[in-house]
Design a protein. Structure first.
Length: 326
């Protein structure tokens, strides 16, 4: 098999919060993303999804584990980060907050070229900015506009153009459509898929909307309190989830097609536990209808299951078979 473009090995991101306490935001996560593919990363707020994206880019420093890009371990020194910024970039959740209101569209898109010394010369950079805006469905007439003059979808297109400026191989998409109107969401998702096909981009797609993740992803990771609960190819995961948490998340997706059978609803009770003091054993056991006494004794490892998946649950077979919860 070819080397994956991105690989995380036992990635950990912990934050000290005083008096010896530690927030275990990401607690031993391993995954790989094949070149030209999209890995979806889902889970409730507070599960550690965005922290993974930030740590890959060095915006939050990992406290343990390794991150490999194209077979080479990432170096988070100043020189290493400068090199990384030309290979991997990020599109943020809020297109309004991620753009400087005092800089024009042209200045925002041109900035990465200036920082990294690309397309030197005023005319060359102006031409490159025009190419990037055309690529994302805007035009050169937007160059002199400011963020407040744009719609939410147009701002996100500018953010995508800026992310493409240095011709990266990897783009981390952190909830890139959640702040947009539903009609605009589909436009941005179709744009991202088109760019992936045309440019051979690799995406790490972070979201809490499983319907969006289903449309965008080739493979999906389900996270809960800093741990991976399940990993599977998109179709396998959506058709036959094996972890109770995955099953619960999928049950919340409304049916969009007339006559389509509604999924069996599974209500998750209680709040997501604190990453400072997660439950013993399986972290989901305090909210899991399938939990038994053994779930409190040891944290189940992520074990391969089927041809293309892995699950961290001692009752995965029962969940898949639809057996009673107790």
């Amino acid at each position: 098999m070819s080397t994956p473009l991105l690989e995380a090995i036992d990635l950990q991101v912990h934050f000290p919060v005083g008096r010896g306490s530690v927030v275990r935001a990401v607690d031993g996560v391993s995954f790989a993303v094949e070149r030209g593919k999209t890995l979806g990363l889902v889970g409730e707020s507070g599960s550690g999804k965005s922290t993974i994206g930030l740590s890959i880019l060095g915006l939050e420093r990992p406290t343990g584990g390794r991150v490999m890009l194209d077979g080479k371990e990432l170096d988070f020194s100043r020189t290493g980060l400068r090199e990384l910024r030309t290979k991997a970039t990020m599109v943020f959740q809020d297109p309004n907050a991620s753009l400087n209101p005092r800089r024009s569209v042209g200045a925002s898109v041109r900035e990465p070229l200036e920082i990294h010394g690309l397309h030197t010369g005023r005319e060359a950079r102006k031409a490159r900015v025009g190419e990037l805006l055309d690529l994302v469905g805007l035009s050169s007439r937007f160059i002199d506009r400011y963020p407040h003059e744009l719609s939410g979808g147009q701002r996100q297109r500018v953010g995508i153009a800026r992310a493409l400026a240095c011709e990266p191989e990897l783009i981390i998409l952190d909830e890139p459509v959640s702040a947009l109107d539903v009609s605009v969401q589909s436009q941005i998702m179709n744009l991202l898929k088109r760019l992936q096909g045309e440019l051979g981009l690799t995406y790490l797609f972070i979201a809490h909307d499983l319907a969006v993740v289903e449309y965008m992803s080739h493979e999906v990771l389900v996270m809960y309190v800093g741990k991976i609960m399940e990993r599977a190819a998109r179709d396998s995961l959506y058709q036959a989830p094996r972890h109770p948490y995955t099953k619960a998340l999928l049950s919340a997706i409304p049916s969009a097609e007339p006559g389509e059978t509604e999924r069996e609803r599974m209500l998750i009770e209680g709040e997501i536990p604190s990453p400072i003091s997660p439950p013993s054993g399986c972290r989901f056991r305090t909210r899991c209808p399938w939990a038994v006494d053994a779930c409190a004794e040891a944290d189940p490892p992520l074990e391969p299951i089927g041809e293309d998946g892995a699950v961290a649950c001692i009752r995965a077979d029962d969940v898949a078979a639809g057996l009673p919860t107790r």
